[in-house]
Design a protein around this ligand. Structure first.
Ligand SMILES: Cc1cc2nc3c(=O)[nH]c(=O)nc-3n(C[C@H](O)[C@H](O)[C@H](O)COP(=O)(O)OP(=O)(O)OC[C@H]3O[C@@H](n4cnc5c(N)ncnc54)[C@H](O)[C@@H]3O)c2cc1C
Length: 380
């Protein structure tokens, strides 16, 4: 593959940087402290198309390549990882679920609405079903012209302001993988309520909540794919999702490295900048190398997806695994280079250190990625 970014990706990188420099970098610390992103910023990001990057043009979206999408998430996440995941969940978990796995009816019903400003969320996890998604307890009972959905979904990103939820529930609890189905559920549906906003370690400005469904009536046409396709859909969607989280990790790593480079040349000890010390120089070199390797893995997985390759789970998992571990390594070293100043909130590395942690947990933990990669290696 070519390692040159396309013109489309370079243009979007420029547009994203203009937005983040004006609207995000100066405010990210305040959003982190308050635990929210102002509504007008979300609206502006929607108007600029960031929330509809993966919607086909015919439904009102930008219809950009996955590689361009990765670049957008990287740039947004460098400025605010909380904003990065807000946009990423909307695109790679909600829009992609409808667009790649839904039929024409559900695509025509919801994609134009999301392009116009609706926001999406993704409800897979439950208290007893994290890595082991087949333990899902939510059920969908066929009532003729509709389904009745009941269950409690945990950790739902964007839940507080989402208009639609992709909900996974068992249509046949005795049928194993063939018994799981996915549905589009509107937030205003009777019987759907939200839990309190979680008070998190990092990505604090993103909105994470429980979603509770009690006999929620969902029209038959809102099923994504066929009944029993849910497991296939969940696994398929996560390929794109993992590229998004990998790109988020690259963004955090890039921001942490930039801060470390700057600080190491400003901070003086022993009458000279600490960047004169080889111990610091080697840290910077190691951080930059891991960052570039992460970026290449993320771009490679994205480019493979763009080429139409269907089976990219190994590449998507490798990208997410390495980029998330590297983001944690880089943020940790950036904090170390800041010494005591890195431990207080006046310096952005403290936030990057906290934000990096989640990239090893959601959309499949580090251990889950190792399982995917090793299974694939052994199978082939
Ligand atoms: C901030 C945040 C946002 C989130 N957003 C969403 C969202 O929008 N939608 C959604 O559906 N979910 C979301 N999640 C949930 C997230 O995807 C899960 O937390 C994650 O998949 C891990 O599940 P768990 O927390 O239940 O951990 P568990 O599955 O209980 O895992 C606990 C530990 O055991 C390890 N482990 C588990 N099984 C194995 C095994 N077979 N072999 C080796 N090790 C194993 C794990 O790797 C982990 O280290 C979010 C979570 C957080 C914290």
């Amino acid at each position: 593959m070519s390692f040159q970014l396309t013109e489309e990706a370079l243009d979007m990188r420029q547009a994203t940087r203009e937005f983040t420099e004006k609207r995000v970098y100066p405010n990210a610390e305040e959003w982190d402290a308050k635990g929210e992103i102002p509504e007008d910023v979300i609206k502006e990001a929607q108007e600029l198309g960031f929330f509809s990057v993966l919607i086909p043009e015919k439904f009102g979206g930008l219809e950009l390549e996955m590689l361009t999408y990765a670049v957008v998430i990287e740039e947004l996440s460098a400025a605010s990882a909380g904003l990065g995941i807000t946009v990423s969940v909307n695109n790679s978990l909600c829009i992609e679920a409808i667009n790649l796995f839904g039929g024409d009816a559900v695509r025509e019903k919801y994609l134009p609405k999301i392009a116009e400003g609706w926001i999406g969320a993704y409800c897979l996890s439950e208290a007893g079903a994290g890595t082991d998604i087949m333990s899902i307890g939510a059920t969908a009972v066929d009532k003729g012209d509709h389904y009745l959905l009941t269950g409690n979904k945990l950790w739902v990103t964007n839940a507080g302001f989402a208009d639609v939820f992709i909900v996974f529930a068992k249509t046949d609890p005795s049928a194993g993988r063939k018994g799981l189905s996915a549905f589009v559920v509107e937030a205003k549906s009777e019987g759907l309520s939200l839990g309190k906003k979680e008070n998190k370690l990092g990505i604090r400005c993103s909105d994470t909540r429980e979603v509770i469904l009690v006999d929620v009536k969902v029209p038959k046409e809102n099923i994504i794919g066929a009944e029993g396709d849910g497991f296939k859909t969940a696994v398929g969607i996560l390929n794109g999702g993992r590229i998004g989280v990998g790109a988020q990790a690259v963004g955090i790593g890039m921001a942490a490295l930039n801060e470390a480079l700057k600080y190491s040349q400003e901070r003086e000890q022993f009458n000279q900048p600490i960047s004169n010390f080889q111990a610091i120089q080697f840290k910077l070199a190691d951080m930059a190398t891991r960052l570039e390797a992460s970026r290449m893995l993320v771009y490679r997985a994205a480019a493979l997806k763009d080429s139409g390759e269907k089976f990219i789970h190994r590449e998507a998992s490798m990208a997410k695994l390495f980029a998330s571990q590297s983001a944690n390594y880089i943020a940790n070293e950036a904090l170390q280079i800041h010494g005591g100043y890195g431990y207080i909130k006046e310096y952005a590395v403290e936030r990057y250190f906290r934000d990096a942690r989640i990239t090893e947990i959601y959309e499949g933990t580090t251990e889950a990625q190792l399982m995917v990669i090793s299974r694939d290696l052994l199978r082939s």
